[in-house]
Design a protein around this ligand. Structure first.
Ligand SMILES: Nc1ncnc2c1ncn2[C@@H]1O[C@H](COP(=O)(O)OP(=O)(O)OP(=O)(O)O)[C@@H](O)[C@H]1O
Ligand SMILES: [Mg+2]
Length: 252
């Protein structure tokens, strides 16, 4: 479904992503691990049109993604959540999800021409997304006033509103307490079982190992290994990468 070939990004002299190959199959739950600064978020930025690569290509269902705008890429069915979240300052939770939906559908200007039943369907879709992300009771609160765990859920809701085929999640559990993380793990599994393909960046190694069918590990921009949880866990390069950065790593 997603084929990344020899993708690189340098910032000045720094190779943030260095000739990475990755292949994600439809229906997979694919994990990306790596210490701080290993290039994980940069890789997502390359896939989603937020950064231009120095070299390499990305195909999604046969379409080249490089050179397309972030909006175009969303319309092809690629959604992401952000590690650092920003919401419009006066929007409620429901409005935030609705805005993501209408942006995807390109309805902002057309909205007046949409008939009432279709509008009702769209509103129902937003409701259903709010329910699935545990946000229904908070629908009318301001997005910026949500507690951290719910902010992470709203990120997911906003991504789902664009009707993605693949969802790229950048540290969705960061800042969550253990019970929220447990719930999120269940939610991610349920999304995948519902047919969504997922790529998950997470610092929570246990979570990635427990959830993902396949895991790639980045270090200094390079993919140092890829395999099942058991294969990755026992790889000496992975152990070295993590032990070598344990202190820095603790922050997240
Ligand atoms: N826009 C940018 N300009 C310059 N350097 C950047 C930029 N974005 C990222 N970098 C650098 O590229 C490297 C990879 O950063 P990236 O954010 O991709 O790492 P990460 O694996 O997501 O880290 P973390 O686990 O802390 O989120 C880092 O050294 C970072 O400082
Ligand atoms: Mg990151």
């Amino acid at each position: 479904m997603l084929e990344i070939s020899r993708i690189s990004k340098s910032f000045g002299g720094l190779m943030a992503v260095d000739s990475v190959d990755l292949s994600v199959k439809r229906g997979a739950l694919f994990g990306i691990l790596g210490p701080n600064g290993s290039g994980k978020t940069t890789l997502f930025n390359l896939l989603t049109g937020f950064l231009e690569p120095t070299a390499g290509g990305v195909r999604f269902e046969g379409n080249e993604l490089i050179g397309r705008s972030p909006e175009d890429i969303v319309r092809l069915g690629v959604a992401r959540t952000f590690q650092v979240v920003r919401f419009h300052k006066d929007s409620t939770v429901r409005e935030t999800v609705w805005a993501a939906q209408s942006m995807h559908l390109g309805l902002r200007d057309l909205f007046r021409t949409i008939d009432a039943p279709s509008q009702r369907d769209l509103a129902e879709e937003v409701d259903s997304i709010l329910e699935r992300t545990w946000l229904k009771p908070h629908a009318d609160r301001l997005a910026r006033e949500l507690p951290f765990g719910l902010v992470r859920q709203l990120e997911i809701a906003r991504a789902l509103a664009t009707r993605p085929k693949i969802l790229l999640m950048d540290e969705p559990a960061s800042g969550m307490n253990p019970s929220e993380t447990h719930q999120l793990t269940e939610d991610i599994r349920r999304l995948r079982d519902g047919g969504l393909t997922i790529v998950l960046i997470e610092h929570d190694i246990e979570m990635v190992m427990g959830l993902c069918d396949r895991i790639a590990v980045l270090n200094f921009g390079r993919k140092i290994t890829e395999g099942t949880a058991d294969e990755v866990k026992s790889n000496p390069d992975v152990i070295a990468a993590y032990l070598g950065t344990k202190k820095k790593h603790a922050h997240a």
